[in-house]
Design a protein around this ligand. Structure first.
Ligand code: MG
Length: 391
């Protein structure tokens, strides 16, 4: 099995479901990896994208990583199964890349890696969670169980913020979510405390709510906010300050009695190792958010899970960032704590398959072959357009 073509497109995405609110300038890369395997009369094509919250990586994909995959030809397949081997593909993409200076190349590699997993699982005729669990020798029955999820959202609304936030939380609750995450840090502490109170009330208490400061706090603001939040007993406090300021993280961890969540902006093994060694995080309570697609994809993420386990962490501490289908498969197959879901932000990629049921804060991984973007009409039509335009 080999890759015959790779198509890529920059796609704008918005934090808001409401198209009248300015989207904020975010975009991502959608990719389609076309293979030489024919199923049902058509080539198997894997779909992926560069996750959510960073930017499109068209230059790196087109100029560096896609040509290496195409040039590798049959060397990308597993000699035993003949199927595309994501580990071999990963090594091909990283040919000639030096350690350190990661920049956002990890995002470009992660986008392609997602599509490669989708293609490999489709070629095997399996949903990704089952394909991955089988490949890693994990319990497939356990992997098929509903996954714990929470709703990501809670961005600041330009008008009527508190009431619209409460409506958003009520919508999540009515969809079957029991826990959610909102943003803080962009307004003064009193305003944030009021929006936390409004959201927590809808969700049945602050223990069902996590808050995300989007890495925006300096030392003083981080400590002041942590002190103000401590009596609430929130589910977790996320992305407090600069991702590489380990002194700040350590200070907050020493002062704050409840869970803090870190790692969303930590891309790859080497940076994760530094965070876990020097960030002052507490294995018994803190949460690890590493985004799989942002951090060199699933082969690297699996190494990061191994690293954390070797340092005494439990897999339940992992709640990977992203809020989309790919993350859900990985959480199910690897037996992690749970997954973020973006029910209405960052379309067409945020969220689950159309009509997926969430009950008591859990949802089963989809049973479609591969990742299952085909079960998400808006995403699939975008990918289909990408192939038709590239053909
Ligand atoms: Mg975050």
């Amino acid at each position: 099995m080999k890759i015959t073509a790779i198509l890529e497109r920059r796609v704008p995405i918005s934090r808001y479901a409401d198209p009248t609110i300015p989207p904020g300038g975010l975009d991502t890369s959608a990719v389609a990896v076309v293979t030489d395997v024919i199923k049902d009369g058509a080539p198997v094509v894997g779909f992926g994208f560069a996750s959510i919250g960073r930017f499109a990586q068209g230059g790196l994909i087109r100029e560096r990583f896609a040509p290496r995959l195409i040039a590798a030809g049959d060397a990308l397949s597993d000699p035993e199964t003949g199927n595309l081997d994501p580990d071999r593909a990963w090594a091909a993409m990283m040919t000639g890349e030096k350690p350190g200076g990661h920049g956002e190349r990890s995002v470009a590699v992660g986008a392609l890696d997602m599509a490669i997993w989708d293609a490999a699982a489709k070629a095997a005729g399996l949903p990704l969670w089952r394909y991955l669990a089988r490949l890693l020798g994990r319990d497939e029955a356990a992997a098929s169980e509903p996954v714990s999820v929470y709703a990501g959202g809670g961005y600041y609304f330009p008008d009527g913020d508190r009431s619209r936030l409460a409506d958003e939380m009520a919508m999540f609750r009515d969809q079957g979510f029991t826990r959610a995450k909102i943003k803080i840090g962009a307004r003064d502490l009193d305003s944030d405390m009021a929006r936390i109170e409004a959201a927590a009330e809808v969700l049945g208490g602050p223990g069902n709510l996590s808050v995300d400061a989007m890495n925006g706090f300096g030392r003083d603001q981080a400590l002041e906010t942590a002190a103000a939040l401590a009596p609430l007993g929130l589910w977790w406090l996320e992305d407090i300050g600069d991702p590489l300021d380990f002194d700040l993280w350590s200070e907050v961890a020493a002062a704050y009695p409840h869970a803090i969540a870190a790692g969303e902006a930590t891309f790859g093994y080497a940076d994760a190792q530094n965070l876990l060694r020097y960030g002052g995080l507490r294995r018994e309570k803190d949460i690890l958010l590493f985004d799989i697609a942002h951090g060199y994809g699933l082969p690297e993420f699996i190494r990061m899970v191994g690293l954390a386990e070797n340092l005494g962490w439990d897999r339940a501490a992992f709640w990977p960032h992203g809020g989309h289908l790919f993350t859900l498969h990985a959480v199910a197959a690897l037996g992690l704590g749970g997954a973020e879901v973006n029910p209405h932000n960052f379309q067409p990629f945020g969220g689950l398959t159309d009509g997926a049921k969430i009950a008591n804060g859990k949802t089963p991984p989809p049973d479609l072959p591969g990742i299952g973007f085909e079960g998400r009409a808006a995403a699939f039509s975008l990918f289909r357009e990408l192939i038709e335009d590239g053909a």
